[in-house]
Design a protein around this ligand. Structure first.
Ligand code: ATP
Ligand code: MG
Length: 472
C-alpha cells in the first residue's frame, strides 16, 4: 500500500516547494540545497508572506518553508492565514532564534515542523522526507478509512457490530415485501434511519417515504393529517387536504412513536391496515391506498397492551416482523466507526479539518454509557468540533459529563459549555450557537422571528447560521 502512494507521487513529477524569506541570501541558500541533484525539488521563491500566500493560493506546492521574523507580516500570521485558506501543503517554519515556545506555537497552529538557522542541508532534507512520509501515511489512512466506511455502511447506517450487520441482512430480505415492520429501540439508536433504509432499498424507493410522529400531536390533528379531509369537513377545513396515507401511495408511511397513538385512532388505523382503503374526514367515498407501513417505538408495546394503552389486535397486526436496535453501549465496536463518520459529516458542514479524536477521548467514548445513544454521540462530536481549534479532538473539548463518565442528568443546562475552560471567545461561541438553535426551535425555523428573539439583524443571523453549520 505504501509503495502504491510513493509511486503515485513519482508519476506526478518533481515535488514543488515554496520558500518564503525576506533575506535574499537565505532564500538562495535554501533554494540551492533543494534544487541540488541529490534533492531534486522545484523551488519558487517569495520575499514576503503576502506574495507567498498569493502564490500558495494560485499554485500547488508539496511544501512551504517560511521564515518567522519578517516584515510587514510575520511567519505565524502567514501560517494562520494559509491554514484558514485550506492550503494543504506541509508548512515548515524556520527561525534564526532557537525559541522553543515559538516553535510549539507554530506546531499548535498547524505547522508540520520547525527548523533553526543556520540551515544544515542534511537536516533540511531529513525534515522534508519525514513530512513526505507523514503525508503518505495520512493519505493511506484516508484511503483505508474510505474503504472501511464503504464496507461497513448501508444506506447511511454505519456499523460493524454483528447485531447491526444482522439488521442489514433483515432489511435486505424484507424490503421488497409489503410486510409491516416494527422497529424498536431506545431513543437515538437509529430507528428512523432503519425505516428509511427499508424504503430506499425497496421497489418502493421511487415513491414517497412519508414520516409522521404519532406522539405529541393532538388527536384530531393527527387524524386529519393521516386521513385527510374534504372541504367543509370541520370549521377550519376551508379546502380539501390529502391525508398522509394518500401522499404515501405506492411508497412507505413511517409511523414514528406509534406507542403514543391515541386509542381511538388505533381503531381507525387497524381498519385501514385490514382493508387497505381510507376515508377522508367528511367524505362518503373510500380511497384505495397501497402503502407499506413501517412503525417505530421506544416503548415496549406488549407492556402498553397490558396497561390497556395499546390495542391488542393492532399490536398483533403490527408486530409481524420486529427489528430490535440494540443500545449503543451494547455494541461498542461501532463507536470508532461512528466517530469517523460524524467527524467527516461535520468537517463538511462546519468547514473544518478535524482528523480524529485523541486516544483518551476514544477511551472515554468507549467507557461512557450513552443514554441518548448514537444521537448523543453525534451531538457530542458536533459540539466538540465547534469548540475545538485543533485538528484532534481532546478531552477538554468534551462536555463535562462525558469526561467524568456521568450520564446526562448531571450536565449543566447548557451542556455544551465547559465550565473549566475560561476562554470567553470559545464559550461565547458555544453559547451563541445553542441560543440560535433554541430560537430556531422555538420559532419552528422562522429566521425572521428567531432574529427578533435573539435581538440581532436577520443578515447577522444568516451569517452566523452559515458559520455554525446550521443551514438546511
Ligand atoms: N448506525 C448509524 N450510523 C450512522 N448514523 C446513525 C446511526 N444510528 C443513528 N445515526 C444518527 O443518529 C441520529 C439519530 O438517529 P434516528 O433519528 O434514526 O434515531 P431514532 O431511534 O429514530 O431516535 P428517536 O427515538 O429519538 O426518534 C441521526 O442523526 C442518525 O443519522
Ligand atoms: Mg426517531
Amino acid at each position: 500500500m505504501l509503495r502504491k502512494f510513493c509511486d503515485q507521487e513519482n508519476i506526478v513529477g518533481k515535488r514543488r516547494i515554496l520558500v518564503i524569506d525576506d533575506e535574499y541570501d537565505v532564500r538562495n541558500t535554501v533554494a540551492g540545497i533543494l534544487t541540488s541533484k541529490k534533492a531534486g525539488y522545484d523551488v519558487v521563491q517569495a520575499a514576503n508572506t503576502i506574495e507567498g500566500l498569493d502564490l500558495a493560493q494560485k499554485q500547488s506546492f508539496d511544501h512551504i518553508i517560511s521564515d518567522i521574523y519578517m516584515q510587514p507580516e510575520d511567519g505565524l500570521q502567514f501560517l494562520k492565514k494559509a491554514k484558514d485558506a485550506g492550503i494543504s501543503a506541509n508548512i515548515i517554519m524556520m527561525s534564526g532564534q532557537a525559541d522553543i515556545d515559538m516553535a510549539l506555537e507554530a506546531i499548535k497552529i498547524g505547522a508540520c515542523d520547525f527548523i533553526f538557522k543556520p540551515l544544515v542541508s542534511e537536516h533540511l532534507l531529513f525534515v522534508l522526507r519525514r513530512a513526505e512520509e507523514k503525508t503518505i501515511i495520512l493519505k493511506e489512512n484516508a484511503f483505508l478509512k474510505a474503504e472501511i466506511r464503504e464496507k461497513y455502511s448501508f444506506h447511511n447506517i454505519v456499523a460493524k457490530s454483528p447485531q447491526i450487520r444482522h439488521i442489514f441482512e433483515v432489511i435486505q430480505r424484507v424490503s421488497d415485501y409489503k410486510t409491516t415492520v416494527l422497529i424498536t429501540g431506545e431513543s437515538g439508536t437509529g430507528k428512523e434511519l432503519v425505516a428509511k433504509a427499508i424504503h430506499f432499498n425497496s421497489i418502493r424507493a421511487k415513491a414517497p417515504f412519508v414520516p409522521i410522529n404519532c406522539g405529541g400531536v393532538p388527536e384530531n390533528l393527527l387524524e386529519s393529517e393521516l386521513f385527510g379531509y374534504v372541504k367543509g369537513a370541520f370549521t377550519d377545513a376551508v379546502k380539501a387536504k390529502k391525508g398522509l396515507f394518500e401522499e404515501a401511495h405506492k411508497g412507505t408511511l413511517f409511523l414514528d412513536e406509534l406507542g403514543e397513538m391515541p386509542l381511538a385512532l388505533q381503531v381507525r388505523l387497524l381498519r385501514v391496515l385490514q382493508e387497505e382503503e381510507i376515508r377522508p374526514l367528511g367524505d362518503t367515498r373510500c380511497i384505495q391506498v397501497d402503502v407499506r407501513i413501517v412503525a417505530a417505538t421506544a416503548k415496549d408495546l406488549a407492556q402498553e397492551v397490558n396497561k390497556g394503552k395499546f390495542r391488542e389486535d393492532l399490536f398483533y397486526r403490527i408486530n409481524v416482523l420486529t427489528i430490535v436496535i440494540p443500545a449503543l453501549r451494547d455494541r461498542k465496536e461501532d463507536i470508532p466507526l461512528l466517530v469517523d463518520h460524524f467527524i467527516e459529516r461535520y468537517n463538511f458542514r462546519l468547514n473544518k479539518k478535524v482528523e480524529g479524536v485523541s486516544p483518551e477521548v476514544m477511551h472515554l467514548f468507549l467507557e461512557y454509557k450513552w443514554p441518548g445513544n448514537v444521537r448523543e454521540l453525534e451531538n457530542a462530536i458536533e459540539r466538540a468540533m465547534v469548540y475545538s481549534d485543533t485538528s484532534i479532538i481532546r478531552t477538554r473539548d468534551l462536555p463535562p459529563h462525558i469526561r467524568t463518565g456521568l450520564e446526562d442528568e448531571s450536565a449543566p443546562p447548557t451542556s455544551g459549555l465547559d465550565m473549566s475552560d475560561f476562554s470567553i471567545k470559545k464559550s461565547s461561541k458555544i453559547l451563541e450557537r445553542e441560543l440560535i438553535i433554541k430560537a430556531l426551535d422555538k420559532t419552528k425555523g422562522n429566521k425572521t422571528k428567531a432574529s427578533h428573539l435573539l435581538e440581532i439583524s436577520l443578515p447577522a443571523l444568516l451569517y452566523k447560521m452559515k458559520d455554525y453549520g446550521l443551514e438546511g
